[in-house]
Design a protein around this ligand. Structure first.
Ligand SMILES: [Zn+2]
Length: 203
């Protein structure tokens, strides 16, 4: 019997610990994932490891909208078919995925990479607000859609941005209708998001 097939508990423990650091993965799930990988073929394990590494090695942030991309500017910013007069502001890149999934928005995006949160020490300079204002300076944008989460931090951020942007003569709207308070955009379903986009109101 090939003893080397039996892994040391150290390496299994290490894998469990690493899975446990992932968001939404508790100790039980981490254990289940680690033992799943133990049973998986070498090929499957390599595919997963390679996918994780290539996400780190090949992706960067778009220099215009700060979405995650493999080419700069990202395909959304480069796409001339999209409406370049609208910018939808989101907290995280995964929010773009949720909104794109509804297929009803054809404008551009801007990823803040967070929300203003005094309690967590996130100030206005810690998220991509300065870069947003630079984008708006060109005068080509006529509407900014605030699609930050509907929790306290998201609302504070939306309010702060509307006060900055409205004086520039740009229409500011907020995704709110149909989105209950406390909603994180990435977890909202398509129907709710579609209603929220279509029913966006001036903020
Ligand atoms: Zn972009």
């Amino acid at each position: 019997m090939n003893q080397s097939f039996i892994p040391t508990t150290d390496s299994v423990d290490k894998l469990i610990q690493e899975f446990n650091k992932l968001p939404g993965i508790g100790p039980k799930s981490a254990q289940r994932l680690a033992f799943h990988m133990l049973r998986a073929s070498d090929e499957q394990a390599k595919l997963l490891a390679d996918a994780i590494l290539s996400v780190k090695q090949k992706t960067r942030l778009c220099s215009i909208c700060f979405n995650v991309t493999e080419s700069n500017p990202c395909p959304l910013c480069r796409n001339e078919q999209r409406d370049h007069s609208k910018i939808c502001i989101v907290e995280q890149p995964q929010d773009i995925l949720a909104l794109e999934h509804t297929k009803i928005y054809s404008g551009l995006y801007h990823v803040l990479h967070g929300a203003i949160s005094p309690t967590e020490g996130v100030g206005t300079d810690d998220i991509r607000i300065r870069e947003l204002l630079q984008r708006l300076e060109g005068g080509a944008v006529t509407e900014v859609i605030l699609a930050t989460n509907t929790n306290l931090e998201g609302e504070q951020t939306a309010l702060y941005l509307s006060k900055l942007i409205a004086p520039l003569g740009i229409k500011v709207t907020r995704l709110a209708q149909g989105l209950p308070f406390g909603t994180e955009l990435e977890y909202a379903d398509d129907v709710t998001l579609t209603h929220a986009l279509e029913g966006r109101q001036e903020f």
